[in-house]
Design a protein around this ligand. Structure first.
Ligand code: MSP
Length: 519
């Protein structure tokens, strides 16, 4: 069976508060998945939840609840978020599912049998907040630890370790030989810099069950559970295994003939978890005997009003509230338009409103509305067969959009589409169809202008579908056509006598709040 395009998001901590950052990552991944489908590829898109660890255990305890029941409750709201965002994910993984736990345990047993782990005593500092061991390098000049580590304690305990050190040079060579493995380039340089200037420590892959029991038990030593990252990263292959991926299952000693998903084509992640994905994960995979993912696509972090988003200060953007107020497409449009995949971004309510008004309501919505209203008024809503004067612009835009989608340059794709929209606006200004309509001698010319506009709107709707699918579908409904989402199938000209659908505002303008009192 041929390889399916496989794209993933990070799996969110189930006990976190879903905010703009999580929603952003899911939206851009969904746009990538939809764009690839538009380009004719079969796609498997995975997202899900990371449910083990000390924080979940403590939060459940604090509420006097069983951790699984606690996770089940929270998982519902995350699944509702996925729906709300219009995600076309093919599966939703939860690390507490038996299908995942089995794979983690099988891999641990296999790797242990092959001699990749050793047991040792650790004595030193431990961050309870990050659930990780700290080294001398993590100390500030005054000997303390940065506040971001939260509560730090001194600890002496025995654990299992995974030998990472031996693979440092191999990984550097791999990164050098595969310039697209970590994208964008700035992040690749960051990881290469880290690897060249630091000696890798072996990775502690267990926690004693006496201290943490909300984890996957180590199959060869019940006194321990798996460290959350060893558990979480494996989701990317446990789901393919569950779907019968032959390559992954072969490593687990099983023969299956399901779809070939692994290696992932893209892992979409945030910049804070790059080291786990670009250092630990490749070495884990190498030792498992599996190929590496093709790309780790790393996005930046959103702030709100120039400040870190934080539940404690209440400075958070709640994607659900934004969507309830403005619609899903407005949210998806804004995050793709505002922030390229890579740098950090800043959300302001004013910025969101400006883009909504000028680019969606007055821009896209208005072009469609003007074009269809004129067609109704001058041609009774019947599309005349005529020459499309914007054909070359549409073709050029299609080529650029396809190239941008192929490179996951979503903001660029949107910019090219916006250029085509401007071309159509200028075309209206230049040709003045409202004047032509007054002159019967210009009927054929008017036919051509109206036809060109309708075809341009139709092309724009197809190009935009991966980003704002609902609006694209509404555009096509207004144009009276059956849904087309393919970027590669040629758009056949509309049939002679084609009748458009009902015309309505695509992005209704927001009413300004009424001023009270004297102006
Ligand atoms: N559970 C781990 C990931 C395991 S993947 C095998 C985790 N979870 S998280 O909930 O903290 O973060 C999930 C994703 O959301 C990460 O990719 C992270 O970078 C992203 N974001 C969290 N806050 C963000 C912003 N403020 N802005 C953009 N993305 C952010 O890490």
């Amino acid at each position: 069976m041929s390889k399916i395009f496989y794209v993933t998001t990070a799996i969110d901590y189930v006990n976190g508060q879903p905010h703009l950052g999580h929603a952003y990552e899911k939206v851009i991944t969904d746009v990538i998945a939809r764009a690839r489908r538009s380009l004719g590829e079969e796609v498997f898109f995975l997202t899900g939840l990371d449910e083990h660890g000390q924080k979940v255990q403590q939060a459940a305890q604090a509420e006097g609840r069983d951790p699984q029941a606690y996770c089940d409750g929270l998982a519902e709201s995350w699944q509702a978020l996925a729906l709300k965002l219009g995600l076309t994910n093919s599966d939703f993984v939860r690390t507490t599912e038996p299908r995942h736990k089995q794979v983690v345990q099988a891999l641990l047993s296999k790797m242990h049998a092959e001699g990749h782990f050793y047991k040792a005593v650790y004595k030193g500092f431990y961050s309870l907040t990050a659930e990780s061991f700290l080294t001398e390098k993590d100390r500030l000049p005054d000997g303390s630890f940065d506040a971001s580590w939260g509560k730090v304690i001194e600890l002496e305990e025995e654990n299992y370790y995974f030998k990472l050190k031996d693979h440092q040079q191999w990984l550097i060579d791999y990164l050098e030989a595969n310039p697209d493995f970590v994208a964008p380039t700035s992040r690749r340089n960051e990881i290469l810099g880290f690897l060249k200037n630091n000696e890798l420590e072996d990775l502690c892959i267990t926690r004693p069950s006496s201290r943490l029991n909300w984890g996957i038990p180590i199959p060869f030593d019940p006194a321990f559970v798996t460290y959350v990252w060893f558990d979480a990263l494996v989701n990317y292959i446990s789901v393919p295994a569950a779907h019968g991926d032959p390559g992954v299952n072969a490593v687990l000693g099983k023969t299956t003939n399901g779809p070939t998903l692994w290696p992932a084509d893209i892992h979409v992640i945030g910049k804070d978890i790059l080291k786990f994905h670009a250092v630990y994960w490749p070495i884990m995979l190498k030792k498992m005997g599996l190929p590496l993912p093709k790309q780790i696509l790393t996005h930046g972090w959103w702030q709100k009003d120039g400040q870190k988003m934080s539940k404690t200060t209440g400075n958070v953007v709640d994607p659900i509230a934004v969507i309830d107020e403005n619609g899903l497409d407005a949210f998806r449009y804004y995050v793709v338009r505002e922030l390229d995949i890579g740098p950090d971004g800043n959300w302001t309510d004013a910025g969101f409103k400006t883009r909504y008004d000028s680019e969606l309501a007055s821009g896209l919505g208005n072009l469609l509305n003007r074009s269809l209203t004129m067609l109704k008024k001058y041609r009774n809503g019947i599309v005349p067969r005529a020459n499309n004067q914007l054909t070359a612009d549409i073709s050029l835009c299609r080529e650029k959009v396809i190239e941008s989608y192929r490179k996951n340059q979503l903001q660029d794709a949107l910019n090219h589409i916006t250029e085509l929209r401007w071309k159509a606006d200028q075309f209206i200004e230049k040709t003045s169809p409202f004047k032509m309509a007054k002159d019967p001698a210009k009927a054929a010319e008017l036919d051509s202008v109206l036809y060109s506009l309708v075809e341009t709107c139709r092309a724009i709707s197809v190009f935009l579908w991966p980003i704002i699918p609902n609006a694209a579908e509404k555009m096509q409904a207004q144009l009276g056509v059956k849904l087309v989402t393919s970027l590669i199938a040629p758009l056949e000209p509309l049939a002679d006598g084609h009748v458009i659908g009902e015309v309505f505002a695509l992005f209704p303008r927001k009413e300004e709040p009424k001023k009270t009192g004297p102006a």
